[in-house]
Design a protein around this ligand. Structure first.
Ligand SMILES: NC(=O)C1=CN([C@@H]2O[C@H](COP(=O)(O)OP(=O)(O)OC[C@H]3O[C@@H](n4cnc5c(N)ncnc54)[C@H](OP(=O)(O)O)[C@@H]3O)[C@@H](O)[C@H]2O)C=CC1
Ligand SMILES: O=C(O)C1=N[C@H](C(=O)O)C[C@H](O)C1
Length: 250
């Protein structure tokens, strides 16, 4: 039996993960969220990490970038492993995640789906073969309630391609103007926001007279929930360190 602390339990992803945890008799749940509940939940919920008085085995976080420092304080204090799915994290927080992972098992991924984690490998292969002559552009589409842009997944894809190309690329976010000629070393990253789109990512390799486009479309938030729960079950068995979804899915 694993007791999971769900951070951001009343958010869109928090509600999905709650539903999924309720479907499992071997997993129990406590929650933490700044949002007051609309109705009394059937699991214990705390308004801050300082108030938590029940021990959990592992944390799943789908919250907000401003929550992550408090989460890491709690993790450092309790040594409870954490799966951090929140996106929009700046370099300072990412550096702190790396530091804290020296003493406790952490996993941070901007996308918990199996498909995107395969896509990361496919775009690296495409970049290796095509980079000299093809321009790379990434387009991501999400619902109109998403706070951060570009998406965490778009950054992961751009970083994976750049890593394959010895970090020779710079990122250009959107484009407008009258004399803005595209530079060879750019990776263009474009964010579309509208309606209830769950999450779509296209990586475009555009060459002379031919285009390769690799797409991923999430049609339900449950793919992220499934990945997060799988990651939590994996992480609880690991030594301190920083893990990725690739480690989980191996
Ligand atoms: N890695 C992955 O696969 C995925 C990652 N995500 C990421 O997870 C995060 C949550 O997504 P989603 O559930 O859609 O978002 P929501 O806004 O629906 O939920 C976020 C929850 O966190 C709470 N929260 C805690 N602290 C804060 C704060 N300081 N400011 C704002 N909210 C706070 C919110 O409360 P309140 O509303 O009261 O502010 C809300 O209950 C995002 O960063 C998103 O990009 C989402 C899907 C998949
Ligand atoms: O906020 C979302 O909804 C999502 N966020 C993640 C991201 O920023 O990449 C993953 C997914 O696409 C949904």
């Amino acid at each position: 039996m694993l007791n999971i602390l769900l951070c951001g339990c009343f958010g869109k992803m928090g509600q999905i993960v709650t539903e999924m945890l309720h479907e499992r008799s071997d997993l129990t749940l406590i929650g933490v969220d700044v949002m007051p509940p609309k109705q009394q939940p059937d699991f214990p919920v705390f308004r801050s990490f300082d108030e938590i008085n029940i021990k959990s085995d592992v944390i799943i976080d789908f919250s907000h970038h401003t929550m992550i420092n408090a989460l890491l304080d709690y993790v450092e204090r309790t040594k409870i492993p954490a799966v951090i799915c929140t996106t929009g994290l700046d370099e300072t927080i990412l550096a702190r995640i790396r530091e804290v992972s020296k003493s406790v098992a952490l996993l941070h991924s901007g996308n918990m789906s199996l498909g995107i984690n395969l896509l990361l490998k496919l775009v690296q292969k495409a970049a290796e073969v095509l980079s000299q002559t093809f321009d790379v552009e990434i387009v991501e589409r999400h619902h109109n309630k998403k706070l951060d842009s570009p998406s965490g997944t778009a950054f992961m894809l751009a970083n994976a391609i750049n890593e394959e190309l010895n970090n020779s690329k710079t990122f250009t976010y959107g484009r407008h103007g009258k004399d803005t000629l595209r530079k060879k070393e750019e990776i263009g990253i474009h964010a579309v926001r509208g309606g209830t789109i769950v999450g779509e990512h296209s990586v475009i390799f555009a060459g002379v007279d031919e285009v390769i486009e690799i797409n991923h479309r999430a049609t339900s938030r449950r793919v992220f929930g499934t990945g997060a729960i799988k990651a939590a079950e994996f992480l609880v068995l690991q030594q301190p360190g920083l893990y990725s979804m690739d480690d989980v899915l191996k």
